[in-house]
Design a protein around this ligand. Sequence first.
Ligand SMILES: [Zn+2]
Length: 119
Amino acid sequence: MHELSIAQSIVDIVLQHLPREEGVSVRSVRLTLGAMAGVVPDSLEFCFGAITEGTPLQGALLEIEHVPLRAHCNDCGGDTDIEPTLFACAACGSRSLTILSGREMQVRDIEVEENEGVR
Ligand SMILES: [Zn+2]
């Protein structure tokens, strides 16, 4: 499953950024996800919940910030939000587009909690 490997790479990134592996737990992970990244958010959340059991990320909230697909139209010159399923300029219908944003998938922010005395 595609989302499973993506969830795993998110977990890897978060673990690399933890100050240490013990005595901390991750409260939330903020992720930007482009409309064209090809990821199903529900499926990603499910995989994330499943693979984080027993890790410092267990129970962490996965906050997904959706980035719309925006493109520059090479025919009418406008910058518009594009419907990924249509992939045509909203103003003139041209398919000659240069993508500006919407393909990204990035861990933006990690909220970590110190568990003092829990060893
Ligand atoms: Zn256009």
